[in-house]
Design a protein around this ligand. Structure first.
Ligand SMILES: C[S@@+](CC[C@H](N)C(=O)[O-])C[C@H]1O[C@@H](n2cnc3c(N)ncnc32)[C@H](O)[C@@H]1O
Length: 290
């Protein structure tokens, strides 16, 4: 079907064109507000995601929508959120969780006898990552969770997008979403709620989810023992990646672990302070205090 485009970008047939000038404004906002780097290759995706916002705001052209975004900070944030990609699943990149259980957990358990333990899922999306970490820490049954009862172990989950942070806090997942969760973990730490599953109280009690732009200030006061930032840096350009990497390395305790996504690698000078110890797994050099 051909669609005639009217002056101003409106089109006959219920869709309208996203011109290069409007795309450039959208890309500049994503870059300045979230450091997300949008190339022209993403134009179709941007068109389809923003078309929904146009409909919701009763705006008929991208030219008018861009004007709205430039004058309305609330719509500007909503636009940025609508352009984030939130794909995730439980036990994604399973080798990270094998490493967490086999190499990192004994270190964390030893540390937890003496001091607080802090773990951060940065760019947590809807929470599958942080609850996978929580289930690994809790183990496959209630007795294996005993070490956590007398320890100060906390998991922080953060994301730019308020709706996904809300989903992390509510911790309710569909039956298809929980399919990758091994049966033992599922029966120990998830409970059926209607047709869905909710994380058990023990897992939820470990997790705090908050809205946080990784390029804004970080309110956390103490260093972290483990940071997961997976499939987030792929959206940033090299200077943003290097800046973020340096902040993660600074935020990690000596001996702490950083897990990044399968297609990511450390590129900035901060990488010198990290030692590779598995596929996309790094450990901060220096003597751990425990
Ligand atoms: C593809 S998801 C990754 C989820 C999970 N870490 C995983 O690997 O399955 C990427 C997440 O990064 C978040 N994100 C993108 N830019 C961000 C920024 N500047 N600050 C905080 N979160 C951001 C998005 O909202 C999205 O939920």
């Amino acid at each position: 079907m051909t669609t005639a485009v009217l002056p101003g970008g409106a089109a006959v047939g219920g869709t309208c064109e996203l011109g290069s000038a409007e795309f450039a404004v959208v890309a500049a906002i994503l870059q300045s507000d979230a450091r997300i780097h949008l190339t022209e290759a993403k134009k179709t995706l941007v068109h389809s995601r923003l078309s929904r916002r146009l409909r919701e705001r009763g705006v008929s052209t991208f030219r008018d929508y861009v004007r709205l975004v430039q004058s309305d900070p609330v719509e500007r944030s909503a636009m940025v959120v609508s352009l984030t990609t939130n794909h995730t699943h439980f036990f994604r990149e399973g080798h990270h969780f094998d490493h967490l259980r086999q190499a990192t957990m004994p270190w964390l358990q030893d540390r937890a006898r003496r001091q607080p333990v802090r773990i951060w899922s940065a760019g947590c999306s809807t929470g599958e990552e942080v609850y996978t970490i929580a289930m690994c820490l809790l183990g496959q049954d209630r007795t294996s969770a005993a070490w956590l009862r007398n320890s100060d172990v906390k998991l922080l989950a953060t994301d730019l997008s308020p709706p996904v942070v809300e989903a992390t806090n509510s911790a309710i997942y569909s039956a298809s979403a929980v399919e990758p969760v091994p049966a033992a973990y599922r029966s120990a730490w998830m409970r059926p709620v209607n047709a869905d599953f909710q994380m058990a109280d023990e897992a939820r009690a470990l997790v705090t989810a908050r809205v946080l732009n990784l390029f804004g200030p970080w309110p956390m006061r103490r260093q972290y023992d483990v940071i997961f930032c997976r499939n987030v840096m792929i959206y940033f350009d090299d200077s943003a990646k290097a800046e973020l990497e340096a902040r993660f390395v600074e935020m990690l305790a000596p001996g702490g672990y950083l897990y990044i996504g399968h297609s990511e690698r450390l590129i900035g000078p901060a990488a010198d302070q990290m030692q590779g110890c598995g596929q996309t797994i790094y450990r901060k050099r220096g003597r751990a205090s425990a």
